[in-house]
Design a protein around this ligand. Sequence first.
Ligand code: CP
Length: 310
Amino acid sequence: MKKLNNRHILGITYLSPDEISFILDTADSLKEILERPIKKVPPLRGRTIVNLFFEPSTRTKLSFELAAKRLSADTVSISASTSSVVKGETLIDTAKNIEAMKPDIIVMRHSMSGAPHLLAKHIDSAVINAGDGINEHPSQALLDMMSVREHFGRIDGLNITIIGDIAHSRVAHSDIIGFSKMGARVTVCGPATMIPPHIETLGCKVVYNIHEAVRDADVVMALRIQKERQGMALFPSEREYARVFGLDSSIFSLLRKDCVIMHPGPINRGVEMSPAVADSDRSIILDQVTNGVAVRMALFTLLLSDSRED
Ligand code: CP
C-alpha cells in the first residue's frame, strides 16, 4: 500500500485492516525520531496544521501539536473558550474562516458526535477527528493498536478486555472496531447501565462479571467514567464502582502473567484502577502516550503525502 484511501481520518470505521497496518507501520518507522537528541525532521516544512479543540484535552492536543512540530509543520491551536464560538459563530462559519487562511489539516475535538464529519463536508482541508462526543477517537485506537502490536508483535488472535463506561466512551467504540478488524477477540465489561444495547454488532462480546472478563485476557484496558456525558447517575457511587469494577490487587492477581494493563487517560486513580496497578510493571499506559505522537506523525505524513512537493 502506498497511500491511504481516505482523505480524512474520521473514524476507525472507515479504515480497512490494510490501511490500519499501513498507518501502524509508518508510525513504527517514525517513532525512532522521538529518541533522537534533535527531535525534528523536515518533511512537512511549510505545511500548516490547526488544532481546533472544543473540549478539554491534555494528551491528544499536546500529542498532535508535538507530532506536527517534530515534522516541521507550523501548528496553531484554538480552544472553544478563546474562539468566536463564544460570540455565537456557528461551527461551519468558524471552520470556513479557518480554511480561508489555508491550513492543510484541521484536527478537531468536539462534544457533538459527528462534528468532524460535518466539517469534512464543508471544507477542502483534510480533517482528523480527535474525539467526537461518544462516537469515535480514531487516533487513540491507532495508538492503542500500535502499543499492543509493539508489545506482543501481533494483534491477531489476542484477547482484549475493555472495562468501564462503554456506552459513553468514544475510545471503546474505536478500539472495539479497530482491534476486531485486526483479528483480536474483544470483550467488554461494566455495569449493565454502561453497556449500550447491540454493542456486539461492533464485533465484541459482553461479559458482566469482571472475574470472567479478565481471566483469559492478554490486554486489560480500563476506561474513565465519562460523568460529563452521563445525563444521570449510572452507578450508586464511585466507591461502589471501584469495589465491583475497579482494577485493584485482587483483580490483578487473577490476570495471566503476560497480561498488560492499558488506559487511554486521564485516570481516576482509586476508581477505575488502583495506583499500584496503574504504576505496575505490567502497565503500558505511558507507552501508549509515547506512541500517540508517532501515530499522529504517521497520520500527518500519510494525509499530506499526495500533495508533497519534495
Ligand atoms: N486519551 C485522551 O483522549 O486524553 P485527553 O482527553 O487528555 O486528550
